[in-house]
Design a protein around this ligand. Sequence first.
Ligand code: UDP
Length: 355
Amino acid sequence: MNTLVAGGAGMIGSHLCEALLRGGHRVVCLDNLSTGRAENLADFARHPEFTFLQHDVTLGLPDVGRGDRVFHLASPASPIGYQRLPIETMLANSVGTRRLIELALAHGGRFLFASTSEIYGDPLQHPQQENYRGNVSSIGPRSTYDESKRFGEAMTMAYVRTHGLDGRIVRIFNTFGTRADPADGRVVVNFVTQALRHQPMTLYGDAEQTRSLCFVTDLVEGLRMTIECDRARGEVINLGNPEEHTVMEIAKLIRDLVESTSPFVFTPPAVGDDPRLRRPDISKARALLGWQPHTPLETGLREVIRELRVVLNGEVPAPRRAASDPMRVTPPSVAPARLHRRASLRSGPEDPATR
Ligand code: UDP
């Protein structure tokens, strides 16, 4: 099976590539590395069935072979990322979507568009079901992302209806995990980095806004199940963790796990129009795919903390726990790439076909 992962060097994309390789796919990863990172591919870059092409999906596609499965994750996705690259974000989700759909159509392949919970905007329905149409500003600071994802959804459905595309849409809610860019400003990496450095943790607004955090390996399993599900054709499906926390709760949990002395500081949001509430209703994913996340928040956070301790090695004080503690610091001789592999193999999803 030839599978194209556009945006495969991002946090989610790289875990997806790795899981697909483990499941026996031949994987071509396209990424322009505007927000993705080549180092995210280090653990499997030499796999014989893996190819990486640095390429922008808004330009004509290179020869990537058959597109039996095409995942479109090629877009900046963090508020800081799409604020920095507003036009690129809009083109990736419009022009890029069309190019990737055409590739899937040319080979009778399946297409999955990675949309986002941001299309619900600052939601007036809680939790958010797929039939909720959202509360989005078309000109606000998040609009380049929200509106271009909405456009990408519309484009996907237009091709399903008029060209017989075997396409589906997934709305991804907040996802965290290893391989996240520490500079992309998202809540988990910001808090973990700040806590490890014992620096002030930046709580935006009153920190009473909520998010529901899904661990990346759970999310990747959902993406794979969605593209393989016949009944998901022409459907839009929420994927995320329905367990909801305030930002304050997330900050306290991370500070406790790190055993940090960081104080909390309240600052204005980095990007405006910060949604107050966000929690997916995943009834549809449960019914259609039999999917739900299973990694506890604390387990996932421990993985991220373990990784960032190594990445920031030398910059952060050693943890105060005893050597017998499972969170003890990893010897500096172990390279981060090796750690990635161990972490992902331990927690990665099995191939559904081999269960
Ligand atoms: N947030 C925060 N401090 C930070 C980073 C984020 O309080 O240093 C808050 C942010 O205001 C939002 C939530 O955490 O309410 C999640 O932000 P993130 O950037 O991870 O993603 P979003 O859900 O806004 O797309």
